[in-house]
Design a protein around this ligand. Structure first.
Ligand SMILES: [Zn+2]
Length: 116
C-alpha cells in the first residue's frame, strides 16, 4: 500500500502554496529548486490553456509513439509522485511509477480546493 508520512505530505506543496492536490515536477535533469507545480502553475509553465481532467490528464500533449492521445504530462512537467521514506524531493521516474503510487496521485484532487 502506498502511504506518505505527514512530514512528506507537508512538503507536497506547489510553489504558489497550493496543496492537497496533484502536483507536477520538472524532469530529473532540472534543478529541484524549481519546485513542484499544481495544475494551474504547470499549465502556465507549459504555456498551455486547457482543463486538466480528474485523473490529471489532458489532450494537448505531444504523445510519443504508442501513447494515448491524452497525457498526464504538462509540457515538460511530469506527475510528481514521491518515493516514500526516500527523503523529500525524491520522485518516481515517469516510466516507473508503481501502480499503487500512480493511483494515489490520480485520486488527489486535480485542482486545489483551498483558496490561496
Ligand atoms: Zn500552483
Amino acid at each position: 500500500m502506498y502511504t506518505l508520512s505527514s512530514a512528506e505530505l507537508e512538503r507536497y506543496v506547489c510553489v504558489c502554496g497550493a496543496r492537497h492536490c496533484k502536483l507536477w515536477r520538472f524532469p530529473a535533469n532540472f534543478t529541484r529548486a524549481k519546485g513542484l507545480r499544481c495544475a494551474t502553475c504547470a499549465l502556465a509553465v507549459a504555456n498551455l490553456v486547457t482543463e486538466i481532467g480528474p485523473k490529471g490528464r489532458h489532450s494537448l500533449g505531444t504523445p510519443a509513439k504508442n501513447e494515448p492521445m491524452d497525457t498526464d504530462r504538462i509540457g515538460i512537467l511530469v506527475p510528481a509522485v514521491p518515493i516514500p521514506k526516500e527523503g523529500v524531493g525524491n520522485y518516481w521516474r515517469y516510466n516507473s511509477i508503481p501502480k499503487s503510487a500512480r493511483e494515489w496521485w490520480e485520486t488527489l484532487p486535480t485542482y486545489s480546493q483551498i483558496s490561496l
